[in-house]
Structure formats: C-alpha cells, structure tokens
Ligand binder design. Structure first.
Ligand SMILES: [Fe+2]
Length: 131
C-alpha cells in the first residue's frame, strides 16, 4: 500500500520511511520545530526537494504545525492528522513538527514520510488530489 502510494505520485522520490511519534505536549513540540535539510545534494537544474506525509493512524486532534519563523506564532498553521490525511510541505523552508497531543492520545502516531522532487509531475499529482 505504501509503495503504491509513493509510486502513484508519479514524481521522482528519494527516501521513504515510516515515522513513529509518541504523544507529547504542545510546548515540547515547539522545542522540536526544525527546518529539514532536503536540498543539500540537489543538483542545479533539478527540482527543489519537498516532503509528503501520509497519516496512517487516526489522530484528527493531533497536528502538523508549520511556521514561517520558529518563534513567530502568528505565522503558525495546523494540519490535522486524521487517518489518510496527506500533505506536502516545503519542509526546508518552513519550521515544522507534529504535535501528537498527549492530552488526547496515549498510543503512538504513525505516518509515512517521502521526499519528492518538485516539478510538473508533482504539481499534477497535487491538482489530482485536491478536494
Ligand atoms: Fe522534519
């Protein structure tokens, strides 16, 4: 199922992995916010590498938190992590971390993370997945 999801996107992809996240507080989530380093080896003339998440466990009250600036809460956006939720983030540009709310959940959260090359293929996948 995961292999199919990644291949169905149709864009070049790199590392694919499953992430397990234990429940935590909002405060620790903010401490864990970071930008990724996706483009260290991206070659001139190839697309900017971004990351896509596919939520496996059903955690609609947990959120991927993204911010333009680490300490600027006014730039914060929250993406709910219901089962099957998929979202694409320029995770090198945006500060991010998932808040798997320990006030709501006691079991870990699982999701797929895959790196994709930006370009027309990724763009058409995004268009095909819009609600
Ligand atoms: Fe990250």
């Amino acid at each position: 199922m995961i292999k199919k999801w990644v291949e169905n996107v149709g864009a070049n992809y790199g590392r694919v992995r499953i992430i397990k996240l234990e429940p935590t507080s909002y405060e620790s989530t903010l401490e864990n916010m970071h930008p990724d380093d996706n483009n260290r080896i991206t070659e001139e003339g190839t697309g900017w590498v971004v990351r896509a998440w596919l939520q496996l466990t059903d955690n609609p009250d947990s959120y991927m938190i993204v911010r333009e600036e680490k300490d600027d809460a006014s730039t914060e956006h929250r993406i709910p992590c219901a089962a099957g939720a998929q979202f694409l983030v320029d995770s090198e540009r945006l500060w991010h971390a998932v808040w798997h709310d320990s006030g709501k959940y006691s079991e870990p959260r699982y999701a797929v993370i895959a790196s994709f090359e930006s370009g027309p293929e990724l763009e058409s996948w995004v268009q095909s997945q819009l609600p």
